[in-house]
Design a protein around this ligand. Structure first.
Ligand code: DAH
Length: 337
């Protein structure tokens, strides 16, 4: 009997050794070790073996199973090795690897982070407000009543119920003064929305950074010094900055700030980067009415405010001529930063 088993084993091991693919190996496994396979049939023969021979017969069965299993295993490994070798055939593994494309921050994020860093060092804290605003926070509290021309000019995207996409981050000034007491020293970066036609310097969604400083005795000189310092910290000590008288409903006096833009191969030109001014007493009065106290009484406090275009700052920083490049997500453009 054991001789027969030895024969099965020898045949199986020989068969397995000639298998050339995984499929053939699997077939062999089923044929020899499967439930209906040769070994199962041989095991069933145990019934007919005389008792005294059963131990030897059992041992032979076990040995055969193990030998066949081992043969299957080593053949599988051998075939796998072959396949691995074949898969790298002709590939020069000593060649340098292909460079991995590495992501980076968007230029606007870089500019915003730097602006925040500089202004925080100067003592400004971050503040925030909603992009879907009430007309009160966006206009009325900023001394821009319904019939004010500035309100028309900035006409924007309205929702049912009278809310609108904020036209500037100046609404955060109002929200901050509603919630805190002087001294106030905040900056608020964020998106603003206008019904502007798209061109090289205008987008209907753009980015601003608002600033507000309210305390006893804040003066125009503080505003000028702070913003000049800021712009030179951003763009270098030699950056030329110009304050032009302007009008904003919520500041008096008001200015626009220009920075000289240098683009290689072109005449330098002034580009407007911010509006600013001394907070209009009307704004403080409106806040007092809203708060029902007098901590922002215009007789007691003064302040300055500013609103910068972050997109403009990015354009100056890198000499970008078309604001649309900032939202087109062309990797060839973005990869430069
Ligand atoms: N909100 C103005 C705008 O979007 C910019 C501005 C001007 C903000 C003067 C200010 C400011 O805080 O004082 O055009």
């Amino acid at each position: 009997m054991s001789v027969e088993i030895q024969k099965i084993q020898d045949e199986a091991v020989a068969g397995i050794s000639t298998a050339t693919d995984e499929r053939a190996l699997e077939d062999a496994r089923v044929a020899y070790l499967g439930k209906k396979g040769t070994m199962a049939a041989a095991s069933a023969g145990m019934r007919d073996v005389p008792n005294e021979e059963k131990p030897a017969f059992g041992a032979a069965l076990n040995a055969a199973r193990k030998a066949i299993g081992d043969a299957l295993e080593s053949k599988t490994a051998e075939l796998q090795d072959l396949a691995d070798k074949k898969s790298v055939e002709g590939i020069d593994v000593t060649l340098p690897a292909r460079e991995l494309a590495q992501g980076g921050l968007h230029p606007l994020t870089i500019i915003k982070d730097r602006a925040i860093q500089i202004l925080r060092r100067m003592g400004f804290a971050l503040a925030d407000g909603p992009e879907i605003e009430t007309e009160f926070h966006c206009f009325d509290a900023l001394n821009t009543p319904d019939d004010h021309p500035a309100r028309n000019e900035k006409d924007t995207f309205y929702f049912d119920g009278g809310k609108l996409l904020r036209t500037h981050t100046s609404s955060v000034q109002v929200r901050t003064m509603e919630q805190t007491t002087p001294p106030v020293r905040i900056i608020a970066p964020g998106s603003a929305y206008r019904r502007d036609d798209v061109d090289a310097t205008h987008l209907p969604v753009f980015n601003q950074l608002e600033g507000l400083y309210v305390d006893k005795d804040v003066k125009l000189g503080d505003l000028k010094g702070t913003l000049e310092y800021f712009l030179q910290a951003m763009f270098g000590d030699n950056t030329e900055v110009r304050f032009r008288p302007h009008f904003f409903p919520f500041t008096e006096p008001s200015f626009e700030i220009d920075v000289k833009l240098h683009v290689k191969g072109e005449e330098p030109k002034w580009i407007e980067v911010a509006g600013c001014g001394m907070v209009d007493p009307e704004v403080f009065s409106s806040i007092c009415g809203q708060r029902k106290d007098d901590v922002f009484d215009p007789e007691k406090v003064t302040g300055y405010a500013f609103g910068m275009g972050l997109d403009r700052l990015a354009m100056i920083q890198w000499g970008i001529k078309d604001i649309r490049a900032l939202i087109e997500n062309d990797v060839r453009f973005l990869a430069q930063f």
